[in-house]
Unconditional design. Structure first.
Length: 168
């Protein structure tokens, strides 16, 4: 009987994680006595397995510096991987080309433009759309508006005509 008590007292002593030489699984399990009535709160906590805390290394400047360097190296690797993926996607993409089926002819000048957006951009650069730009129909930055053609369709529907390549 005295052996059981001394063994259970030794097993209940807290051990420091740094000095522990034997694995936790090798230690003998303390025997529980059935003479005490367990508390319901204690029963609930004993049913759920609690993860054993992993020993953490001491927080020193050297350890923190090494951790920061490891994180920096991982960030560099991730950014390189992202760059490689973007380059691969860019190589696989086909360049944007006009289908060449529809051209726009300006009825006032007789000039033929290769696309609807080209017609809009050319008129914008020449200053012919100044009145419409002043009204704010093309947004804050008219040069970046890729839908300016549709505003022109509403405003100047009689100034242009679509020329189909098959018709030429």
């Amino acid at each position: 009987m005295s052996i059981k008590k001394s063994r259970s007292k030794e097993a209940l002593k807290p051990e420091k994680p740094e000095t522990q030489e034997t694995p936790v699984e090798a230690l003998p399990e303390p025997e529980k006595e059935s003479t005490t009535i367990p508390n319901p709160d204690e029963q609930a906590s004993t049913l759920e397995p609690t993860p054993e805390p992993t020993p953490t290394p001491p927080l020193t400047m050297k350890y923190l510096y090494q951790e920061i360097q490891t994180i920096k190296a991982q960030l560099v690797e991730q950014s390189q991987l992202i760059t490689q993926l973007q380059e691969t996607l860019a190589r696989k993409r086909k360049p944007v080309t006009s289908n060449g089926k529809i051209q726009i002819r300006d009825k006032q000048t007789g000039t033929v433009y290769p696309s609807k957006n080209n017609y809009y951009q050319s008129l914008l650069k020449s200053g012919e759309l100044k009145d419409l730009v002043d009204k704010g129909l093309f947004g804050d930055i008219p040069q970046k508006n890729t839908f300016g053609w549709y505003v022109l369709v509403c405003e100047w529907s009689d100034r242009f005509e679509e020329v189909h390549k098959a018709a030429q």
